[in-house]
Design a protein around this ligand. Structure first.
Ligand SMILES: Nc1ncnc2c1ncn2[C@@H]1O[C@H](COP(=O)(O)OP(=O)(O)O)[C@@H](O)[C@H]1O
Ligand SMILES: [Mg+2]
Length: 435
């Protein structure tokens, strides 16, 4: 009988571990309990998550709950937590509970929510970094390359001047200054502080044609951000989200991207945020002693930007930010090959119930085992008439098992600190509402 097959789903009650058994041991995340051996499955913090964690599973299979369990164990070990909810707000209550249960600061960016933090992506970074953050967030077709270059140059100059003048750099302010009729005035004011940038700006203002068109394009894109769902968040003059700080010290930060029907402006906000996260991760490289951090990115596919997600995974890993990414489906190898490989090559792959293609893909990564296959041919009288034995290579975990997992069950492959493969019942988060 296969150990994890569908038919023999154990009728006896699932292991209801004592509170002790479900608690996270010091320095570890207790992810769950192995289905067969009933042994706990732990992940060391932060070493076990030095490479990202891929959470895979169809809707309702248990991804978000598992993400919460991972986050809970990490926070208990003193990890700074940043949660980005790319679809709906499923982790918001969980993030809040986690902070409360551990007595940590909780901050959130939730458009429309009372008390939401403001978010100014132009607040940190050099002028080139701020320009890169904004310009990279906008998609430019191949023909748009020239606009991209002009936008980079112009925004970088404007940011440099505003920084030099000690004036706040905001999306609204940049939008206002991307105007040829205002540029000479700003250049004039800046000539003593940043003379070269002032000259460059005055010069830009004189160029017409494609340069002027590029200003217009950039203005409307920044305008789309200001008039979209996040407008109030970008314009907020209250307390602001500080991304580098959110990753630097224990605390829980939650950012909602309610991309129900990924609207243009939510997608834009998401791309700005991903750029900003990459830079915040990059900044950590300069501070090798910062506390460990975890980034949870639930349902990243809603962001529809595989190349940037892949980049973020790489950057976060270098900066020792443990990243947990969840998705219902592996991305298509034809359009997102790099991200697909990165997801399958994660330090920890957690596969909940998945569709046939993904089951096959995960089974292949887990690998095969050589075994013997015994075939008996029965005689008419029921006696074994012939017996043949041959060696065969079989998947260590049968893809069918992954297609039939119950909610909260998962096949786990961990390659960090020794290769481990297990089928688990993921423990519900300790702080979860009793359902
Ligand atoms: N490990 C688990 N133990 C108990 N219940 C779970 C577990 N994982 C998920 N559930 C329940 O199953 C439902 C769907 O889980 P969820 O994590 O939201 O799935 P997904 O994010 O994959 O859509 C929720 O009601 C949740 O409480
Ligand atoms: Mg979910």
């Amino acid at each position: 009988m296969p150990p994890f097959g569908r038919a023999p789903r154990t009728p006896e009650p699932p292991p209801s571990p004592s509170p002790d058994a479900s608690a996270h041991p010091a320095g570890h995340i207790r992810l769950g309990v192995e289905s067969v051996t009933r042994k706990p499955f732990d992940i060391a913090v932060p070493e076990g998550m030095a490479q990202h964690v891929t959470l895979l599973g169809l809707t309702g299979s248990g991804k978000t709950t598992t993400a919460e369990r991972l986050a809970e164990g990490a926070v208990a070990s003193g990890v700074a937590l940043l949660v980005v909810d790319a679809k709906g707000a499923s982790l918001r209550a969980a993030a809040r509970r986690l902070a409360a249960a551990s007595g940590l600061d909780y901050r959130e960016v939730v458009p429309g929510a009372p008390g939401t933090l403001g978010y100014n992506p132009c607040a940190v970074g050099s002028r080139a970094q701020v320009a890169d953050k904004l310009v990279s967030a906008f998609t430019h077709g191949p023909a748009g390359q020239v606009y991209r270059v002009i936008a980079m140059e112009t925004i970088s100059i404007l940011v440099g001047i505003l920084q030099g003048l000690g004036e706040p750099v905001t999306i609204r302010r940049l939008r206002r200054e991307l105007d040829r009729t205002r540029m000479p005035g700003l250049a004039h004011r800046a000539r003593d502080v940043t003379p070269e940038l002032a000259d460059d700006l005055a010069d830009l203002a004189k160029r017409g044609g494609v340069t002027a068109d590029a200003f217009e394009g950039m203005r409307s894109r920044l305008g789309a951000l200001l008039h979209g769902e996040y407008g109030a968040v970008f314009d907020g003059d209250g307390p602001q989200l500080d991304l580098p700080a959110a990753l630097a010290s224990p605390g829980v930060t939650y950012i909602s991207l309610p991309a129900l029907a990924v609207s243009q402006d939510t997608a834009l906000m998401a791309r700005v945020l991903i750029q900003d996260l990459k830079q915040a991760a990059f900044e950590r490289l300069r501070q090798p002693d910062t506390a460990p951090a975890m980034l949870v990115l639930d349902e990243f596919a809603a962001l529809d930007d595989p190349a940037q997600i892949n980049d973020l995974l790489r950057q976060a890993r270098e900066a020792r930010v443990s990243t947990v990414v969840s998705t219902q489906q592996l991305p298509d190898p034809r359009t997102a090959h790099a991200l697909r490989s990165a997801l399958l090559g994660a330090g920890v792959v957690i596969a909940h119930r998945v569709g046939p293609d993904d089951a096959e893909a995960v089974a292949r990564v887990i690998g095969t085992q050589r075994g013997v296959q015994v075939t008996r041919t029965m005689g008419n009288d029921g006696e074994a008439a012939r017996r043949s034995v041959r060696t065969v290579d079989r998947y260590t975990v049968d893809p069918n098992v992954m297609k039939q997992l119950a909610t909260g069950e998962a096949v786990v492959l961990s390659i960090v600190g020794g290769r481990r493969v297990a089928t688990l019942r993921v423990l519900p988060p300790l702080s979860a509402d009793p359902a």
